[in-house]
Design a protein around this ligand. Structure first.
Ligand code: CP
Length: 279
């Protein structure tokens, strides 16, 4: 098994993911360094991100955990710098695979199998990397996926071919086995997409106490965090009996430990040459 040396490159705000990776690295006894945007990195002096990663690799770093605001950056690094394993800790509106694994783990712990279960995801689906990673995982494990939100927050029909789309939350809640709320990704909205009235949004698309009182009591509620209490989910629902929110957070460290362990056992390829595409 390879001795791991990890750098967490956290180039967009994060609490859960960054801390869970750092705690996982501590618990595994793995050498690790965390770099955050705004910490006077040499990126600010014109160094490319790929050269930053090549620099880390030359020091013996063999795992880069990266959160980045742009879709596809982790894949680009993985395709270019062969000396490191790359773990996507969230790339823009792209993917958030380890969060998806946490959410699947929470549901597996509750149900055993996800086969045939109907999971409703409600909120700002269009800008959510968490929704996309959940979609792939849920479909792979045999669950049905229903996506709900205002039309502007739903993906184009056909983009997520195995999901059902709806704008009617109450109807969808009447017929689901679990529901996951997502926050509005304000930082990713175009001016034309800004929600002018959050209270009106809550009335239509929030998991309010009143709404959830009408839902089967065995339907668990998930939320990947960060919570916007009393917008997409009422505080009383997030803290209530059906909530898996804090179990999701607890699972975050174990999932990251498992992912890092897999990195220690996975082969690394030969170094890739620095090409124009790889600068
Ligand atoms: N769920 C999640 O990714 O949270 P953070 O942005 O706090 O890491």
């Amino acid at each position: 098994m390879r001795r791991l040396s990890v750098v967490n490159l956290i180039l967009e705000p994060s609490t859960r993911t960054r801390c869970a990776f750092e705690i996982a690295e501590e618990r595994l006894g793995v050498e690790h360094v965390s770099l955050r945007w705004g910490e006077a990195l040499s990126l600010a002096k014109g160094e490319t991100l790929l050269d930053t990663v090549r620099t880390l690799a030359a020091m013996g770093v063999n795992v880069v955990v990266i959160r980045h605001p742009e879709v596809g950056v982790p894949s680009q690094i993985a395709a270019t710098v062969a000396e490191v394993h790359v773990v996507n800790a969230g790339d823009g509106t792209g993917e958030h695979p380890t969060q998806g694994l946490i959410d699947l783990l929470s549901l597996r712990r509750r149900w055993g199998s996800l086969d045939g279960r109907r999971v409703l995801i409600v909120g700002d689906i269009a800008h959510s990397r968490v929704a996309r990673s959940n979609y792939h995982g849920l479909v792979a494990l045999g669950a049905e996926v229903v996506l709900c939100g205002p039309q502007a927050f739903l993906p184009p029909a056909g983009d997520w071919p195995q999901a059902a789309l709806t704008t009617d939350l109450d109807e969808a809640l009447a017929d689901c086995d679990a529901v996951m709320a997502l926050r509005i990704q304000h930082e990713r909205l175009a001016a034309s997409e800004v929600v002018p009235d959050l209270d009106a949004y809550r009335q239509l698309y929030g998991l309010t106490s009143e709404r959830m009182a009408r839902v089967r009591p065995d339907v668990p509620v998930l939320h990947p965090g960060p919570l916007n209490r009393d917008v997409e989910i009422d505080g009383a629902v997030a803290d209530g009996e059906r909530s898996l929110v804090w179990e999701q957070v607890r699972g975050g460290v174990a999932v990251r430990m498992a992912v890092l362990q897999a990195m220690a056992e996975a082969p690394l390829g030969a170094p890739a040459p620095a090409t124009a595409a790889g600068r």
